[in-house]
Design a protein around this ligand. Sequence first.
Ligand SMILES: [Zn+2]
Length: 551
Amino acid sequence: MTRPALGWLCFLTALLTVVPACAAAPAGAAEHDLVLRGGTLYRGGFEMAGPGDVAIKGDRIVAVGEVSGRGTREVDVRGHIVAPGFIDLHNHTDEIYRVAGGWPLPGAIHQNRNFLTQGVTTIVTGNCGSGPAAPDAVGAWLDRVDSLPYGTNVAHLVPHGRLRREVMGENQGERADPHPTREELATMKAWLDAGMRAGAFGMATGLGYDPGSYAGTFELVALSRVLRPHGGFYASHTRHEGPDPVRMFASYAEAVTIGEQAGIPAHISHIKLAGRRSHGMTPEVIGLVEAARARGVAVTADQYPYTASSTTLAVLAPAEMREGQSAAPRYCEEGPGRDELRAAIQTALTDYVEPENVTISVYPWRWWWQGRSLADVAESKGMEPVDLAVQIACGRPGAGIYHAQNEDDVRAFMKRPWVATASDGTAMVDFVGRFAHPRLYGTFPRKIRRYALDEGVIDLAFALRSMTELPAKILGLPDRGRLEPGQFADVVVFDPDRLRDVASFERPGRHSEGIEWLLVNGVAAIEDGELTGERAGRGLRNPRRLVEAAP
Ligand SMILES: [Zn+2]
């Protein structure tokens, strides 16, 4: 649908559906632009605040509780939950813009539609080491968010992998010494400092990917020290999330060490235990984090509420055998290299994830494989799954979904007060979303619906805190994440009876239901359950960054 057509449809829908819910303001000057009346409030912390009103003027919340002044618009939200807009700490939408370069993108991407329908008002990009990293690219990305404008707010982390690639070049696995020279490290530090001055909130690594996998702990500590004067934090997709429990534990311990050595907060991205040999080790990993917290190291994590992950199809090969998103050529030519690769992938298909539990999700080169398991496609070709996996790893890149975690571990991490909710997703057009991981469409409603409201694994306020106040604190965003006067008016209103994630692994590209109102900087992106087409997001700049003194 074209943008103007969508706009008209939303306008008509708004006329038909919103008017009855809105009482006209009485005669006399209205004090506020909008007052949400009588909702059940979540203001922050571990408890719901009970019924109350929220008044908004311009882009700010101006009153919460009993609001006597009238609004130009008054909306009755009794029976609904009113909370700060959700903050997605782990998002990859910047990669779409980086890869597209100057090419036009669909409106659904600019609108970040699949996140608006989850109640998300802020996303954080630069994760897993990919995204804009060069000195001028960070500021340019935030400026672009402002000028589009974008559907949600965007905060950015300087991606370590991209930084390393731009400074040290491609094919780092072929270097005699994979570590940076003194000059290269100095350049990376200078670029990182420039990115922080441009408004980034920290640095994010992808140590399970080329080229992050070549970085030593000393390099990461040295870079993390650059973040300290800017109040930045270190976020890490760690080297190993399983299946080898020894390497998994060491990887999480490394993240803690880096934060501790650099004197900054450390954040573990999409915390998980992948592969049966690591399953059940939550007490050890939680113990590691909580011991560090007890001695004063700020360690946090984020998590998506699913037992499957999603990443490149080549991850069945160990990081040291990969180059970019495929296996390195020296492991693909017939001979001992390829035998070594085959043996490693066979181990992964035994210890990490079985062939029937790998779904080929994005593979445009053989589009008819999309949505089918590795085992299924191998069988239809009369191949061993391992040989198909080797062929894919040595070919063009694709993405897979890996059902390699266990539900008990997901729940154990979710109950910790230092674990935020995050999607690890990206803005999406629904046509392509049909093959994506459902987390792109359902992360936030799923956590509330399934784990809080239906199963009571955590309570509602605890779930809401994990997607509002906690991620705002991790980022260092003082003026978002709470429902309080003075905060920016990022506000979500949802019906607790109707809220649900609709996207499933069988049918992923479907929008969540039950978000009734969503305000981004005071502007309604969703009104009475319908997207308005408004894009009121802003590029967020780290308020604690050091900026050059004015001349
Ligand atoms: Zn990651």
